[in-house]
Design a protein around this ligand. Structure first.
Ligand SMILES: Nc1ncnc2c1ncn2[C@@H]1O[C@H](COP(=O)(O)OP(=O)(O)OP(=O)(O)O)[C@@H](O)[C@H]1O
Ligand SMILES: [Mg+2]
Length: 252
């Protein structure tokens, strides 16, 4: 059973520390509760893999803390702007998430305000943890289909000209739920930069120092040089044909 705590309780400790993390005035907390109400949030559930003090939440980063909530009967994730975040509102991140959604990528943006982003709740694991659970060669098929899905999303972002900006550290930016993959966290995204979603993600999954070590143990990939070469031609001309050459060389 999930336990939901009504909004008016959030003004009290220890809950107030979460909605005004790491530190907020009583007035800030009050404003935030009003903001949540306007967004259609009635209650919050403290559960998830991350802990702040005695409370469980879905996750925590430098910009936000993320908690589980619901709108009507739909579970949602609420990204709460940290009071010490380097940005004064969530507008830019919401804007980029909306652009990603147009390309069918990212958790669905449901609502936003100055201090909150309400989005589709992803009941999964970050790819950095997920790969650790791959056991044997029997998991090759699943791993390959996950890789292909991630790269297809990256390609969709490349096509619309939205650069995610943090896919070189892919381990915390893709959530995997059964066979569904979702690229999260658009706070560093840009439509002004040259896009490098496909190349950054491929590097991180197949060449880099983190998860690629595990991926390479599970299935034989072409040499790093070969992958780099094919990425280079994609970089020079970002089209479907060159993208498919990447999939092909990775045997996806
Ligand atoms: N839609 C979601 N559903 C479930 N959990 C989520 C969702 N979005 C984010 N999370 C969790 O919350 C964590 C923090 O979210 P996010 O990465 O967006 O915050 P951030 O402050 O920008 O982080 P960072 O400082 O690492 O960039 C994620 O790592 C993930 O565990
Ligand atoms: Mg972030």
């Amino acid at each position: 059973m999930r336990c939901f705590l009504p909004l008016d309780k959030l003004s009290q400790e220890p809950y107030s520390t979460i909605i005004g993390y790491p530190k907020a005035t009583k007035k800030q907390i009050k404003t935030r509760i009003v903001e949540l109400k306007k967004l259609g949030i009635r209650d919050v559930s403290f559960q998830g893999q991350t802990k702040i003090g005695s409370l469980n939440i879905l996750g925590k980063g430098y910009v936000g803390v993320v908690v589980l909530s619901r709108i009507k009967n739909r579970l949602v994730a609420v990204k709460i702007r940290r009071t010490d975040a380097s940005r004064t509102n969530m507008a830019k991140e919401a804007k980029f998430l909306k652009i990603a959604n147009k390309a069918g990528v990212g958790p669905l943006l449901l609502a936003m305000s100055k201090n909150f982003i309400i989005m589709e709740y992803l009941d999964g694991k970050k790819i950095g943890e997920w790969v650790n659970e791959l056991k044997s060669k029997r998991d090759i098929k699943l791993l390959k289909s996950i890789m292909q899905k991630i790269l297809e999303d990256c390609y969709s972002l490349d096509v619309i000209g939205l650069d995610h900006g943090e896919l070189s550290t892919i381990s915390k930016h893709v959530v995997i739920e059964k066979s569904k993959t979702t690229i999260i966290d658009y706070e560093s995204a840009s439509t002004q930069r040259r896009v490098s979603n496909v190349t950054s993600a491929t590097q991180a999954i197949c060449i880099g120092s983190g998860i690629s070590k595990i991926v390479r143990k599970i299935y034989r990939m072409p040499s790093k040089n070969k992958i780099i070469k094919i990425l280079r031609s994609y970089k020079q001309e970002q089209n479907r044909q060159n993208f498919e050459k990447i999939l092909e060389i990775l045997k996806l």
